[in-house]
Design a protein around this ligand. Structure first.
Ligand code: FPP
Length: 246
């Protein structure tokens, strides 16, 4: 059989990744290693978020998704959940102006209704304030779980069939994509997880179908712009075939 050529559209090796998603892991271990509280570890983790954003902008990435709080994180001790929510409040209050100036469009995915009303209002305000920015779309996953997202999409589609808006025969990958929290956002090209763990932990399961994975041994608070740049370098050296033969 003749060798199938890879079309430019299919090859990720031609340019920087359009969408990088990060599982920010290891704040707790960083805290233990540095003999400080977990709370301090999370604060240092929030500083590393700034590094990731700057790294993404410098690398010409268009979408950056950060897994900040999973549906399962609600099961952590109440004090830690409250700490993380406090940090989120502070982040939204302090960072939105900077994001706005940088041309960043902020979008939140997940069950935002599970968050405090004040946080929901801050998110809405931030999304509104940054909606016309196009340099980088920053997607923060909050109270997010991918299986929950897929169940929610199934319900949305089922309801549209019941309402006569579409028939079962017209359900396809595009209709599923449109019913996900991430509708309109291209699939991640590269998914990075820090802290040495090598699993997806209910993150972007549908969207990760053809993503490249990079598992880094460093703990999230140590993540820097340079780490981002070298992750992109690593991605550029890979050969993406999307199931085709090279
Ligand atoms: C994982 O580390 C990290 C989290 C559960 C929270 C991620 C939050 C941040 C990076 C800071 C806040 C973010 C924003 C956007 C303001 P872990 O606690 O599971 O670490 P461990 O596995 O070493 O215990």
């Amino acid at each position: 059989m003749a060798t199938q050529a890879v079309t430019p559209l299919q090859s990720g090796a031609l340019g920087a990744p359009k969408h990088v998603a990060i599982i920010m892991d290891g704040n707790g271990r960083w805290a233990t290693k540095n003999n400080v509280s977990r709370s301090k570890g999370h604060r240092k983790g929030a500083d590393a978020v700034r590094e990731a954003i700057e790294g993404a902008i410098e690398s010409g990435v268009s979408y950056l998704t950060l897994y900040a709080f999973s549906s399962e994180n609600w099961n952590r001790p109440a004090e830690e959940v409250s700490d993380l929510m406090g940090l989120l409040r502070m982040y939204l209050k302090k960072e939105v102006r900077t994001l706005s100036k940088e041309g960043v469009n902020l979008r939140v995915i997940g069950r935002r209704e599970a968050l405090g009303k004040d946080i929901q209002d801050m998110i809405e305000g931030a999304e509104e304030k940054t909606k016309n920015n196009s340099r980088l779309t920053l997607i923060i996953a909050l109270s997010y779980g991918s299986r929950d997202e897929i169940v929610n999409a199934a319900k949305t589609i089922a309801q549209s069939v019941i309402d006569g808006k579409q028939s079962i025969d017209t359900i396809d990958e595009t209709s599923v994509e449109q019913a996900l929290f991430t509708h309109g956002i291209p699939d991640p090209d590269l998914i990075i997880r820090t802290s040495g763990e090598q699993r997806l932990s209910n993150f972007l399961l549908w969207q990760a179908a053809y993503a490249e994975f990079l598992f880094l041994p460093i703990l999230w608070p140590d993540f820097s712009r340079l780490t981002f740049a070298s992750a992109v370098e690593d991605y550029l050296s890979r050969d993406r075939r999307f199931g085709a033969r090279s």
